[in-house]
Design a protein. Structure first.
Length: 116
C-alpha cells in the first residue's frame, strides 16, 4: 500500500507559477505509475499529468500541455508538478495518485486557486 501527501498549493495570480509536491510512503514507490489529477467545483476529476514508473514516459492533458511539467525522484519517493503560466481555469483541488496494475491510491488533495 502507498500513502500520499501533497503540498505546495495556494493562491496565485494569473500568469504566475506554483510547484506541487507529493511525498509517498512505501518501499515499492518506483514500481508505481504516478499522476496528478484535479477537480474543480461541479466538475469531474480530470487527469492533468502522468509519469511512468521509470520516468521515461509522460502524459499531459490538453489544457496544460506546454505549461505544466511532471517529474519524479524515485530515490526520494516523490513527484512534483511544476505549473507555469497559470490561468483562472486551473483553479481546482489537485490530487496525487499512484497506480500499479488494478490498484490506485490517492492523496488528500491540495487547493490551487488562480485569481484573475
Amino acid at each position: 500500500q502507498v500513502q500520499l501527501v501533497e503540498s505546495g498549493g495556494g493562491l496565485v495570480q494569473a500568469g504566475g507559477s506554483l510547484r506541487l509536491s507529493c511525498a509517498a510512503s512505501g518501499r515499492t514507490f518506483s514500481s508505481y505509475d504516478m499522476g496528478w489529477f484535479r477537480q474543480a467545483p461541479g466538475k469531474e476529476r480530470e487527469s492533468v499529468a502522468v509519469i511512468s514508473w521509470s520516468g521515461s514516459s509522460t502524459y499531459y492533458g490538453d489544457s496544460v500541455k506546454g505549461r505544466f511539467t511532471i517529474s519524479r525522484d524515485n530515490a526520494k519517493n516523490a513527484i512534483d508538478l511544476q505549473m507555469n503560466s497559470l490561468k483562472p481555469e486551473d483553479t481546482a483541488v489537485y490530487y496525487c495518485s499512484a497506480q500499479l496494475k488494478s490498484s490506485t491510491y490517492w492523496g488528500q488533495g491540495t487547493q490551487v486557486t488562480v485569481s484573475s
